[in-house]
Write a protein that binds this ligand. Structure first.
Ligand code: AMX
Length: 432
């Protein structure tokens, strides 16, 4: 925390001076269409942890995914980065050393004990509760532990908000894999739970608690939890966490809200939808490995039925998502042959021209969700309804690092303006 405050407090002071001097300069103009089309392209947020380039994809504090796979510290015998490293990078703005990563890992291991009432809460939910709903409820149950909420009730100076948010963010990230693994083992393994192993890194321990002990699953989990961590500030889960946090709702309340956004099929739930959609395709075609022509027909039928092709398209990206490419690379390096991954590769050949042919889809290329499920299926993690939970565990890293920055920078409550249809028409002189 000392290292972070030494870094962040001067930046916060500098930002205040910058806004005082330049706050009245224009950042851009926007149109009526943008107001109606999800505010796309309107810059209304400051997010430090990562920046998305439409052509090139995500950069975390300036580093692309291939660069991170090379530069972030790895576990012994590991080839994939440790997610602790990307958290450190997003929070501190600089690449961590091995020791920095060890410190984060140890800090999370020390904070990882989940209070019993959280498990009791999950145990009382109906059996058919969706795993994302369970995760959100699990995080809400953890909220009893919020240091920020307790301190705020006692009364604290606003200058110190960030210290409590930092504490909560670290504890929440530390406890999240245990809660997520509990949900998995409860739902799919008859409540046979696996105790954490504090000697393992965060991702390997998560894989262990889920019940997967091989080196390859550890590798996949480290990569998965790294690449899903952040995607600048405007996506639904990041923006929601930031928005709710701006009301000084504590990190648990804010993150649960973000998770509820991630649970939507146009956002994080797309990873479950992709596998569901592929399995349905296999069923309809009656083959485990359909041909490219059969896949093309299935894609066209999906569009004709007025449905989206899951895993394709993006609100900002205009090229193949580098997070998709990183997973393709993982497949080629570690798996080499798998029918589901081969179908994913065939869809990648067949879908873009069909989607482009509609003339309306702005990005016909695959996003992160087009590949992740196939890798998980390969290793036997076949319960695709659970996949968004993995995304949620990873997303905590980015949105919690951002929330700490929000409070250290003293960002105020978020409150954009809104307008009525009549108000819009009046503005441009159209009779109402
Ligand atoms: N399949 C079918 N239609 C699609 C499409 C797809 N994959 N992607 C976009 N479209 C449609 C939109 O629904 C919209 O149709 P409309 O004009 O009839 O309403 C039109 O094309 C224009 O949309 P857009 O400007 O290209 O995209 P957007 O910014 O409105 O939406 C996204 C972006 C991701 C929601 C959309 O591409 C989509 O629904 N993709 C499939 C779901 C998916 O994979 N989501 C995951 C995204 C990544 C993530 O957050 N995890």
């Amino acid at each position: 925390m000392e290292k972070f405050s030494a870094k962040a407090l001067p930046i916060a002071a500098d930002l205040k001076a910058f806004i005082k001097e330049h706050g009245d300069k224009k950042l851009g103009e926007y149109t009526i269409a943008q107001t109606y089309q999800g505010m796309k392209g309107i810059v209304g947020l400051v997010t430090e942890t990562s920046k998305l380039d439409p052509e090139e994809g995500i950069r975390f504090r300036g580093y692309s995914i291939p660069e991170l796979r090379e530069k972030l510290p790895k576990a012994p015998k590991g080839f994939e980065p440790l997610p602790e490293g990307i958290f450190y990078l997003m929070l501190m703005g600089e690449l961590p050393t091995k020791e920095d990563v060890m410190n984060v890992s140890n800090s999370w291991a020390r904070r990882a004990i989940v209070p019993k009432h959280v498990f009791d809460t999950l145990d009382h939910l109906p059996k058919n509760t969706h795993p994302m709903t369970m995760l959100s409820i699990g995080v809400m149950a953890l909220q009893t532990e919020s240091e920020f909420a307790k301190a705020y009730q006692k009364g604290i100076n606003k200058k110190n908000y960030w210290e409590y948010v930092y504490e909560d963010a670290m504890t929440l990230i530390a406890r999240l894999p245990r809660v997520a693994a509990y949900i998995y083992r409860k739902k799919y393994h008859n409540d046979h739970h696996i105790e954490p192993n504090p000697k393992l890194d965060w991702a390997a321990n998560f894989a262990h608690m889920l019940g997967y002990e091989t080196l390859d699953v550890r590798r996949l989990m480290r990569l998965y939890l790294t690449i899903h961590a952040d995607h600048e500030g405007g996506n639904v889960s990041a923006h929601t966490t930031h928005l709710v946090g701006s009301a000084l709702s504590d990190p648990y309340l804010s993150f649960a809200a973000g998770l509820n956004g991630l649970a939507g099929p146009l956002h994080g739930l797309a990873n479950q939808e992709v596998i569901n959609w592929i399995i349905e395709m296999q069923k309809q075609i009656g083959k485990e490995l359909p041909t490219k022509d059969e896949i093309a027909t299935y894609i066209k039928k999906t569009l004709e039925d007025g449905k989206v092709v899951p895993g394709y398209g993006h609100a900002v990206l205009r090229k193949t998502d580098p997070r998709f490419s990183a997973q393709q690379d993982f497949y080629k390096r570690y798996i080499k042959q798998d029918n589901m991954c081969d179908i994913v590769a065939m869809i990648y050949e067949v879908a873009p021209p069909i989607l482009e042919g509609t003339g309306k889809i702005k990005n016909p290329w695959p996003n992160v969700d087009a590949h992740s499920g196939a890798l998980l299926m390969h290793y036997g993690i076949k319960e695709f309804e659970y996949y968004t939970v993995l995304f949620g565990v990873s997303r905590a890293l980015g949105v919690m690092a951002s929330l700490i920055w929000d409070r250290v920078l003293g960002l105020p409550i978020e409150r954009p303006g809104s307008i009525t249809i009549a108000g819009l028409k009046k503005k441009v002189g159209v009779a109402v």
